[in-house]
Structure formats: C-alpha cells, structure tokens
Design a binder for this molecule. Structure first.
Ligand SMILES: Cc1cc2nc3c(=O)[nH]c(=O)nc-3n(C[C@H](O)[C@H](O)[C@H](O)COP(=O)(O)OP(=O)(O)OC[C@H]3O[C@@H](n4cnc5c(N)ncnc54)[C@H](O)[C@@H]3O)c2cc1C
Ligand code: SF4
Length: 335
C-alpha cells in the first residue's frame, strides 16, 4: 500500500461540510488533506450558459449526481425484504465531485427555530412528560439557538443570503417571520423578487390574518461580495437551480464561496478521484489514525492524520464508520 506523509487533518468528501472545514482548519495553520472521490468542478469551465441548461443531461440523466452504476445504493421498505439496488434516484439526489450536493442544491436557507434545538424538552413542556414514550428517539441537540446564532449569521453573510428578518435582537419586524429566533442583524441581501403567484398568495394569506414572509435563499437578489472577497451576481431567475450548477455565480455553493479560499491556502491539499474505503483505528478502536483510499490511478493508499473528518454525507459517513468497525450496526428487526 502506498503511504502518504502524515497530515494534521484528513477530510473525506469535499461538499459543503468538507469545504468549510478545509477552509477553517487550513486558516488555523493545520496541514489539511481533502479527499474527494469525484472530479474537479468550477463555474467558468463546467457550467457555462447555455450548455448548463441542458435538462436531459443534468435534470433527467443527473450528470452531477452520484453515479449509481459505480456506487450502488440499496433500498428496502421493511426488514423482511431483500435490499435491492436503486437504478434511478428520486428526489434524493446525492452529490459527487468537488462541491458535492452543494453545487446542485436549491439554496433555500432556513435557520432552525429555537424550539427545534430542544425537541425533547420543548415537547415535554408543551404536552407533558407522558407525551414522549420510551421507544421514541427524540432528543435535544445539546446546543441552543443562541449558541448557533453567530454561526448562522456568519454562514448567511458568507453566502449572501437574501431574505427579510422577522426578529432583530428581540424586536419583531414587519414582513419577516415573526416566529424565528432573534437575529443579530438583517440578511446580507434583500428578499428575491416575487412572481405574481407568490404575490397573490401573500395577499390572500394576509387577509386570513396570517404572516407570510419571503423564503430566505442563497440565490442572490443582488450583486454581493462576501467577507472573504468572493463576488457573486444577482440571480437571473433562470429557474435552473436544483439539479444544475449555476452559470451566473448567483447561487452560493462551496465552489463560489469557501473552496476558492481553501484552495489558495498552501496548508490545504486537494486530492480528487480519491475514494476512501475505511478509517484506520488504534488497536483499542478509540482513536482514528488516518484513512485508506483508492487514488485516481487505482493505487490503494494510506493517509495518516491526527484528525479524520467524515464529510462524505450522512449515509456515506455511517457506511464508512460501519465498514471501519466504528459503532454498532442498527438492526431494524430488533430496533
Ligand atoms: C437536489 C438537492 C437540493 C437541495 N436543496 C437544499 C436547499 O434548498 N436548502 C438546504 O439547506 N439544503 C438543501 N439540500 C441539502 C444540502 O445540499 C445537503 O445537505 C448538503 O449539501 C450536504 O453537504 P455534505 O457536505 O454533508 O455532503 P455532500 O455535499 O453530499 O458532499 C459529500 C462529498 O463526499 C464525497 N464522497 C462520498 N463518499 C466518499 C468517499 N468514500 N471517499 C471520498 N469522497 C466521498 C462525495 O462525492 C461528495 O462530493 C439539497 C440537496 C439536494 C441533493
Ligand atoms: S441564475 Fe438564479 S435561478 Fe438561475 S441557477 Fe443561478 S441562482 Fe438559480
């Protein structure tokens, strides 16, 4: 097996989570290696208009999604069925390649409500202890909305998110979501323009005494330069967000925000075509010591590191942990 020099951090998968971690940790001075199974992607070279508006290629044949003929996904409806390979993705469109699903996501950009962080205690308080039975898996997150607010704020300003605040430092704002948690400041860009249907819906909802508000999104309502100096342009409302890369630098994605910063940092090394097969552990299985991957030339390679971050998307993260002997497999038959 090929042995690579030890890194401080190895990141598996370069979607939103991997790219953010790479940007932050490399900026802290750590030597970071990012392993991505897919290939390079960039707005200018990969998504020029009008080619990127090819609905057959991107929407129906899913050029940006996980290739099911290479990486099989299986599915079953209940434990008694044999899990069979999925031949076609439905609404669940897994990412592949630099930027991951963050390239073809929609960019809808909601924060959790304060109660979402405390689902267990909130529901107990509201409906009584008896409402939550022992067989329910509901939990509090362990962090509160107030803990997360500065991070939400930072990410929105990184993405240039468009929207209207409903609660600014505890003061309810006209036109925003009055039920949201308090935010430190307004959205970085104003809400997107509304079409006739949305305008009529807003009018109707208001007449019923409801409080409609524009959906926050990282499809930008106006030109914007984020705190890292990344420039984005006002959306053209072309309607090709989900399943497509944005040709116009109008949809925040790892490619338009964090990755250019990470890639400029000499502490960060990106290795594409690198498919991680397992996490290596100390003999007591308490610490990760690195990962094993198959590189772009097909060589099995070991990348030792002090820290291993699984950022391959939740189902792949769980699969990699199980393949590595981390955790106990969930048995649906016994719960
Ligand atoms: C069509 C679509 C629309 C969405 N719209 C929204 C939205 O509007 N708002 C919202 O908040 N969220 C939305 N989401 C969800 C959001 O995009 C994802 O939750 C988010 O992008 C996940 O980021 P991630 O880094 O966890 O994983 P991913 O972006 O999936 O990145 C994982 C990366 O890991 C790589 N990888 C996987 N396995 C390996 C391996 N073994 N070795 C090396 N690399 C590996 C993959 O190739 C991929 O690039 C949408 C998702 C999709 C698919
Ligand atoms: S221009 Fe606007 S609608 Fe078109 S893909 Fe980009 S963000 Fe989406």
């Amino acid at each position: 097996m090929k042995e690579m020099p030890k890194a401080d951090v190895v990141i598996v998968g370069m979607g939103w989570t991997g790219s953010i971690a790479a940007r932050e940790l490399a900026a802290e001075g750590l030597r970071v290696v990012g392993l991505e199974r897919g290939g390079f992607r960039d707005t200018a070279s990969d998504f020029p208009a009008p080619n990127v508006l090819d609905e057959l290629k991107y929407s129906l044949r899913g050029a940006l999604f996980q290739d099911l003929s290479r990486d099989a996904l299986t599915f079953r409806n209940n434990p008694n069925e044999a899990a069979l390979p999925m031949r076609r993705l439905g609404a669940f469109l897994l990412g592949d390649g630099l930027g991951g699903a963050g390239v073809h996501w929609n960019g809808q950009h909601f924060r959790f409500l304060p109660a979402d962080f405390q689902m267990l205690s909130h529901n107990k308080q509201r409906y009584g202890d008896g409402a939550i039975t022992d067989d329910m898996t509901i939990q509090d997150w362990g962090v509160t909305y107030e803990d997360m607010e500065p991070h939400y704020d930072r990410f929105e300003y990184l993405c240039g998110t468009s929207g209207k605040a409903g609660n600014l430092r505890g003061q309810i704002q006209e036109g925003g979501n009055p039920f949201e948690g308090a935010r430190a400041r307004e959205y970085p860009t104003p809400p997107m323009e509304m079409g006739l249907v949305q305008q009529r819906f807003m009018e109707g909802a208001r007449k019923l005494g409801l409080k409609p508000y524009p959906q926050p999104s990282s499809n930008l309502s106006q030109d914007y330069t984020n705190p890292d100096g990344a420039q984005m342009q006002a959306c053209t409302y072309c309607g090709h967000c989900e399943r497509f890369g944005c040709y116009n630098w109008s949809k925040a994605s790892p490619l338009t925000t964090v990755l250019p910063v990470a890639l400029r940092n000499p502490n960060f090394e990106l290795r594409l075509g690198s498919r991680v097969t397992r996490v290596e552990l100390t003999p007591d299985k308490k610490h990760a010591t690195g990962v094993v991957y198959v590189d772009a030339l097909g060589h099995e390679t070991r990348q030792p590191a002090d820290m291993v971050l699984l950022c391959a998307f939740q189902i792949h993260n769980v699969r990699l942990m199980l393949l590595s002997g981390i955790g106990t497999p969930y048995d649906p038959a016994t719960g």
